[in-house]
Ligand binder design. Sequence first.
Ligand code: ZN
Length: 199
Amino acid sequence: MILPILQYGDPILRIKGKRIEEIDGRIRELAANMIETMHAAHGVGLAAQQIGEALQLTVLDISAVEDRPSTLILDGKDITDPRTAMPLVLINPEIELRGETEVGVEGCLSFPEMTADIDRAHSVTVRAQNLEGEPIEIEANGFLARAIQHEHDHLDGILFIDRMSSAAKAALSSRLKRLQKETKRGIRHREPLVSETTL
Ligand code: ZN
């Protein structure tokens, strides 16, 4: 089932997600719906807050992104083509940032048609659980590392506007105010997709 994606201005986006203690049928259904919603919106990631659930749960799929390279080591195994491991479901993820930072363009399904350059770590290590409740460890580089950091931020109630330069945020300021107002009035109708690289 495709779920409505909450937009900037919805207070749920600012709530830190609760740890998931039990991975039951409801969580599995939620994750399946989030994957369907992410694909329908042509996003590369979706956090539970974006569909109205403040939980430590995010899904990712970077397989449609061809121009921004990623590498993935999953449970110690080098995945030659990271697309084959998609979609990823991360439950209760803990993230460790590694390496240099680099600037790259990002969008967000909760901010239609807005993008900005964001500085992120080039590499991350993530420890999480999968839908079977098993511990998984991911080492990611490049675009996948960026996507994971963006989604992990959502789980803490952090949005990409919080990581923009003040100049970038100022340039978007009137659009941000308008979106926030429309969301608060509950009158905004969701637009279909932004771009292939929308997180
Ligand atoms: Zn986002």
